[in-house]
Design a binder for this molecule. Sequence first.
Ligand code: SF4
Length: 103
Amino acid sequence: AIDPNFERTREQVDEEDGVAVWGPVEPPEKLGIHGTHVAVDFDICLADGACLEDCPVDVFEWVDTPGHPESEIKAHPTYEDQCIDCMLCVDVCPVDAIDVDPS
Ligand code: SF4
């Protein structure tokens, strides 16, 4: 499961579409955690898709991650600033790859 303390245990190494990336990142096998308010551990995500289907405000979109051992697409929290903290994505993710910090 995603480490809910990632903001303390990891360092922000990048930003993609305004969304923070928390390392370590060594593509294509290691992609880190993407997002802060809505955080997705790309190294756990297996592209189940329940978060994309269930999020009422469409926070997520697919991004291509060719060569990653778990899946070659990932749910990127591109619109994490729209999140209404319903926690559905956290509940439906089969591998607990998502952490949402209600603000
Ligand atoms: Fe979307 Fe709810 Fe998850 Fe926020 S907590 S990203 S609104 S499903």
